[in-house]
Ligand binder design. Sequence first.
Ligand SMILES: Cc1cc2nc3c(=O)[nH]c(=O)nc-3n(C[C@H](O)[C@H](O)[C@H](O)COP(=O)(O)OP(=O)(O)OC[C@H]3O[C@@H](n4cnc5c(N)ncnc54)[C@H](O)[C@@H]3O)c2cc1C
Length: 698
Amino acid sequence: MAGLGLCAGAAGVTRKRGGIAILGGGMAGLSAAWRLSEPGWRDRFEAITVYQRGWRLGGKGASSRGPHGRIEEHGLHVWMGSYDNAFAMIRECYVELDRAETDPEAPIHSWDQAFVPSDHLGIADRFDDDWLVWPGGLARNDELPGEPGATGREFTAVDFLRRALRLVLDLADSLPLPDADAQGPTAADSTAEWLQVVRWGILAMLATLAKPLGRETISNASMTHVLDAIREALDYEHRPDHRRFWLFLSLQTATVRGIIAENLMTDPRGFRAINDEDFCAWILRHGAHPDVVDFPLVRGLYDMVFGYEDGDFTRPALAAGVALLLTGIALFQYKGAFFWKMTAGMGDVVIAPLYQALRRRGVEFEFFHRVDALHLDDRRQAIGAITIGRQARLADGAKEYQPLIRVGGLPVFPNRPLAEQLDGPAPGDLESHFGDRTDVETRVLRKGIDFDHVVLASSLGMVKLVAGELIADSAQWRDMTTNLRTVATQAFQLWLRLDEQTLGWNHPGVTTSGYVAPFDTWASMPQTLWAEQWPRNDQPRTVAYFCGALAAEWPNAKDMADPDAYVASCREKVLTDAVAYLDNHVGLYLPGAVTEQGFAWQLLFGANGHRGAAALETQHVSVNIDPSDRYVQSVPGSDKYRLRSDESGYDNLLLAGDWTDSGCNAGCVEAAVMSGLQAANALLGRGHGYRIRGFYQL
Ligand SMILES: Cc1cc2nc3c(=O)[nH]c(=O)nc-3n(C[C@H](O)[C@H](O)[C@H](O)COP(=O)(O)OP(=O)(O)OC[C@H]3O[C@@H](n4cnc5c(N)ncnc54)[C@H](O)[C@@H]3O)c2cc1C
């Protein structure tokens, strides 16, 4: 990276001082800033400045506080126990903040007060015409995510195979014991018999699969025969648990068979070798029963990554290799618990602490700075200038915008700009690409004057808009922006007067997926209520977060001719779908919240006699259609077009975001953090994988 100005000094390689502009303050941009600003950073760089549109940080992981200090998220966020890089960073951040000393009033001082293990998982399971909830959980272990000094190792196809086979054996061992009181075909004696058949069958199957591990040894006919025998021994048609078990077996068998048949254990590309194919197509090709495609765990996997093209739930799309890698890491490498949930908003317990610690280190933040275009220099080898729309000016005397307020002592982001710090009224929606653009000024940052190095950390949808010159200049950029896909998302949160138990739900804190589109995911979030500021004598007892993909295609020229109408029509669609969901479907989880007339709107805090969409408008509804807010997908055939953080092709440009090739190529917090750290590594002249933890194919 010649343009970074490396030069040899007496003590080895040193770096010319220069300024770094980080464009975008989401998890990736903040992670890049975190590593770049480690102790001693001023010896290397003049300044590190984060340019961020609007008044808050966090991007897709942003949350802020609304009426009664309620937590308003961009969309439901949970962290997986396998997010070792993200947890390591947030743990470092809390240690450095040392709130016990520096801010004893703040109710959250440490990472383990900010996150709690979350064991209750649920999957919605359709059985004939009925929906059931398949509650579950994965056993806790005594590890902790992000332990100081931990490293991690590569997670290979061989690991996956070993653990998958183990899982099948464990599952067979956990099959229900004969029920002495059972009647009919599942009575005790025949149960004992089928249990025996199932166990022998599994052992026979594992023997076929495992010895020796070569593609020529797999006899599809014999495997199918054993699977059929197991299926016949089960009451597949009538018992949901038997059906689940067999479908799980079919899924696992197909997966293991596929890994072996395609030599993924020895292929240097590992799971990447199958990223051109959709996961469902891949398992079907390796003999999974057709019903597996609708198996709740498979649907839940697609739901988790909003894996539907253009938000169309009839077009599931998830690269097979990404699916295997993610499930493998999530299932087999989690620390503590499978999920960890935040005890307040992600803006409160992750983004605000990062902002505070970075600020303390001397990183600067330019809020109300919307990046509009990157410009190449005359040689077309580096970023020469950046055009920025300045959305608001600070009030006289204000040196910098201070974005945080306190709610219950906790530093948090408000849900609108703090007008008293601004010169004039706060302009309209500062986070919307479709909103009013009456900027107070156009700023042009120039290389060598305002910056030397650039970290592009605004998300993929926005990259397409601001990097037009690069896309016109470079085939790699054209390929990347054409082949990677994004999808709009939607989310809403409800605050209800009755507790979950009274409403009919007995697993507080559960996170469920796999249910009807578009709000396929629901999370019970009672652990956040303490942080809100409801009147003492009138407090919500249930808070519920719903989320899913949104079929809102990239706006066309007609939409852009009247952007307000486009935004309004998307919002109306979300409200209509949410009302239909509450009237017709939420009863699966909260039967007590539904009457014969549909959803009991009077249960909502603040609904004040309104019903339907008007009542929902009193809750928090998030319509995520902004280009940068669109979720980055992992559709088949796209992985090979991702660029690594250090592969922009321009001397002074690094890339950071869950859209880069970080090794964890899916839209998640861990990918964003890894990418930010990798961008920093490149700028610091370190190897791509330097101090990156985990099990990824970097
Ligand atoms: C609804 C939803 C739910 C999710 N749930 C989970 C979950 O449970 N667990 C999980 O791990 N992941 C989840 N994700 C994914 C996760 O949020 C993202 O992977 C992660 O936040 C991406 O971070 P990023 O920094 O790459 O991008 P972003 O968060 O998009 O950050 C981009 C930043 O750039 C700023 N920006 C954009 N354009 C401009 C501009 N022109 N000028 C200046 N600034 C700009 C943005 O405001 C933002 O601050 C979810 C995503 C969505 C949409």
